[in-house]
Design a protein around this ligand. Sequence first.
Ligand code: PGA
Length: 252
Amino acid sequence: MRRTPRPLVAGNWKMHGLKSSLKQVRTIAASLAKTAPACDVMICPPATLLRPMKDVAKASKLKLGGQDCHASSQGAHTGDVSAEMLKDAGAAAVIVGHSERREDHREMNVDVRAKAAAAHRAGLMAIICVGETLKQRKAGAALRVVGHQLKGSLPSTATDKNTVIAYEPVWAIGTGLTPTVDDVAEVHTYIRKRLQALLLDGSPERVRLLYGGSVKPANAAELLVTKNVDGALVGGASLDAKDFLPIVRACR
Ligand code: PGA
């Protein structure tokens, strides 16, 4: 049975990857060309690798994304990259509001919302990240925090086609820890419900909700069949084709 919405498994390479890493993408692209996956597959490399990765991936259905963008299309912003530039380099999407950006660069919901709107302006899909810290979860505030981030980060331009929400508990990122599937289902179901009021255009049922945080080949299958989970955002395990491909194949 075909799932609706079609799941997405996206790899977030973070600040990893040189030209030599393109061999991983060659392997992934070859596998996808041989056997069609049951989900959309994306890699979000550092901006420096978008163009060469596009060349390697072009014969396959592998999609590419950026990891952040500036809210403006151009200007005097040394070191920043615009959504239009990512698109020009071959991206179809961009991650915004990742907890590492929120933490390292003090990005607030209002910044994330402007970046998501910039993605839409450029014709990119925005992958908007939300998630609570361990302290917040222990205080019983996970849903409240996620709801607040969602409301503050979702621009009015969001539709079910141009927006993906990634729930990434901060304490699960890069730690090997994951919430229980019941906890994931609770948050995802809550996000879906909140979207009914927040999404101004399109169907909340069709917005893809990804889980992210220590997704590995060993836990991908159970996470990917969890209620209201429409795919995964994968960090560390996306860097090596031998880890990433089993996660993609766990999607049915
Ligand atoms: P991880 O990272 O899979 O290495 O935990 C996920 C993410 O930050 O997107």
